[in-house]
Design a protein around this ligand. Structure first.
Ligand code: C2E
Ligand code: MG
Ligand code: MG
Length: 573
């Protein structure tokens, strides 16, 4: 009897344990994120569990019916899925296979596990089917982002470089050429500022779509950044020749880009071209070279195509070197001012002097302002350089004036960017007051380039300066647009006839005619004329004869360091 009780208790305990296990099994199946299929090889029984009913609208009770799964996946995947569902056929214990639903709405991952007994006969099999649609989408998105630029759908910079490297490898083996074009929208900031960012984005998108039409077996196109695109052409020829590609681009941009709001936007592009192997042998260097020429193209007036050559590179490298050294020069104040005397024609009395900057690079090397001023103008360094020149020259002039009691005219070159600064007038007046210099003894030399930008604002500023009694001189006259008619409206005192006229005035009759009419007109307008770069006596005599007022040039005096200029002033007192 005791034995029976014991057996009953044991059975009860086992039952309880079993029901706990069954409960656990159900919970695990129900909370799994997969549809599960269990097959017992001994009983030949199939059980569907987990999220089966959520995934599929059919059940499987017999292993033969597993073929129902083949019907839901893409036809091309059926054979592989059949293989994957029976790994035991090849003595394998596991297999994993991913494929798409036939209507392409879902992706599934099939993971199959088979258990074997001691003598390697299969005993149990579990097929887990997971919905991996989200995962696939994320993966696709990441893959897309790795290769493409989202805003245009073109290749992105990284992938473009990779593809370009492939072109270069092929070209190296086959002795071919690869061209790289950097295409940049001219004045894109004006489009963005004028029409807004949304239109700006649409322009970039539409231009990208257009450039993408060149894509093909031997042409790759990418969106580098903002308004810059890059094209790689393998063995450019025929319709893929640079000339043809550029012609097609030009033809397209002659027509407007029509925005979704109906607005028409016109644009032009600057194109720089560099060729493998001539310009460089790596993708990044090639792109760099093409970019350098594209910038040169911008400098030379935009809306054109320019080709890379060694001169361009040397020019660029020199500019970069100067730019770097210029930063140092500014912080160390490695500049010096020279002064070139100006004399009245006839009595050869000293009128004054023009302050000319010199950059001392090392012990005895001087870099000419003709080299670094244009670079400083471009990168903005001219503002601090110009401010230094104004302060330094006025301070120097004031000390000569106080020391020797002379009243001369100090001419200071002012660059357009410096002049445009809002506080320019204020700063100048402050400096003049600080050193107690008469406003009428200061002459600002400006060039015609100042007048191109916003001539109303510029004229207004010039008027203010002139009202204070500060003199204005138009420098390098004859090298810019030199319209005589606008001179009437400008509040200027002096006009400097450029050296290029003086150089040929004796040998070329046309130059003579122009020079004489300039001098006459200057007289009739009541200005003063200064001839620049007078190098010999004949030029001087001729200029005297035609009534030019002032002479500046090597004939009467080269630019001098301050100490030499001081000696010259001493001779006057
Ligand atoms: P610029 O204002 O037209 O100055 C006249 C230039 O002609 C000076 O060159 C001067 O040395 C040179 N020159 C004068 N007479 C003769 C001559 O008889 N023969 C020859 N061959 N040359 C003569 P520099 O000093 O090299 O200056 C070049 C240009 O750099 C200046 O042309 C001016 O535009 C600019 N520059 C010079 N200093 C400054 C400055 O402080 N600020 C700004 N913004 N520009 C400056
Ligand atoms: Mg000058
Ligand atoms: Mg000049």
């Amino acid at each position: 009897m005791n034995e029976l009780h014991y057996q009953i208790d044991l059975l009860k305990a086992m039952n309880q344990k079993l029901s706990v296990r069954e409960k656990m099994y159900h919970i695990m199946c129900d909370t799994a994120d997969s549809a599960l299929l269990y097959y017992s090889f001994d009983d030949k029984e199939v059980t569907c569990a987990g999220r089966w009913s959520e995934f599929f609208d059919f059940d499987i009770f017999d292993i033969k019916d597993i073929s129902r799964l083949y019907e839901i996946v893409e036809e091309t995947a059926v054979v592989e899925l059949m293989e994957a569902l029976y790994p035991e056929k090849n003595g394998e214990a596991t297999s994993v296979f991913e494929c798409c639903q036939r209507d392409k709405s879902k992706w599934y991952r099939f993971r199959v596990n088979v258990m074997f007994d001691d003598i390697k006969n299969p005993t149990d099999k579990v097929i887990r089917i997971t919905d991996i649609t989200m995962l696939k989408k994320q993966h696709e998105e990441l893959t897309y982002l790795a290769y493409y630029d989202k805003s245009t759908g073109l290749y992105n910079r990284n992938y473009f470089v990779q593809l370009l490297e492939n072109y270069l490898k092929r070209a190296d083996e086959l002795n071919d050429i690869v061209s790289v074009l950097v295409i940049d929208v001219d004045d894109f900031h004006k489009i963005k500022d004028g029409y807004g960012m949304v239109v700006g984005d649409e322009v970039i998108h539409q231009l990208g779509d257009f450039l993408n039409t060149f894509s093909g077996e031997n042409v790759i196109v990418c969106h580098m950044d903002s308004d810059v695109y890059c094209m790689g052409i393998y063995s450019p020829a025929g319709k893929n020749s640079i000339k043809e590609v550029h012609k097609t681009i030009q033809n397209r941009i002659k027509k407007p880009f029509v925005m979704s709001n109906g607005r028409e936007v016109f644009l032009t592009v600057s194109v720089g071209v560099a060729e493998y192997p001539e310009a460089a042998v790596s993708a990044l260097e090639l792109i760099n070279c093409a970019e350098i020429v594209m910038y040169k193209c911008k400098d030379l007036g935009k809306n054109a195509i320019h080709f890379y050559d060694t001169n361009t590179l040397n020019e660029f490298l020199q500019t970069v070197e100067i730019e770097n050294k210029l930063k140092e020069a500014i912080s160390n104040q490695n500049f010096e001012l020279y002064y070139q005397p100006q004399y009245y024609v006839g009595n050869k009395r000293l009128r004054g002097m023009e302050a000319l900057i010199r950059w001392r690079d090392g012990e005895d090397k001087m870099i000419s302002p003709g080299v670094f001023i244009p670079i400083a103008e471009k990168n903005g360094a001219i503002i601090s350089i110009g401010t230094w020149v104004v302060e330094q020259s006025i301070r120097q002039y004031a000390s000569w004036r106080n020391e020797y009691g002379v009243h001369l005219i100090l001419s200071i070159n002012i660059s357009a960017r410096q002049f445009e600064k809002e506080n320019f007038v204020e700063l100048l007046l402050k400096t003049l007051r600080k050193y107690d210099v008469d406003f009428s003894e200061i002459e600002l030399e400006i060039t015609e380039s100042i007048l191109i930008e916003d001539s109303e604002v510029v004229t207004e500023k010039l008027k203010i300066l002139k009202n204070y009694g500060i003199r204005i001189s138009l420098d390098d006259f004859g090298t810019g647009f030199s319209s005589l008619s606008y001179l009437k409206t400008l509040p200027i005192n002096t006009l400097k006839i450029d050296k290029s006229f003086i150089d040929t005035v004796l040998s070329d009759s046309a130059t003579r005619v122009i020079t004489e009419s300039i001098v006459d007109m200057v007289k009739s307008l009541g200005f003063e004329s200064i001839a620049e770069g007078v190098e010999d006596e004949q030029q001087y005599k001729y200029l005297h004869a035609i009534g030019c007022d002032v002479i500046q040039g090597y004939f009467l005096g080269k630019p001098l360091p301050a100490s030499e200029m001081e000696k010259l002033i001493q001779t006057m007192v």
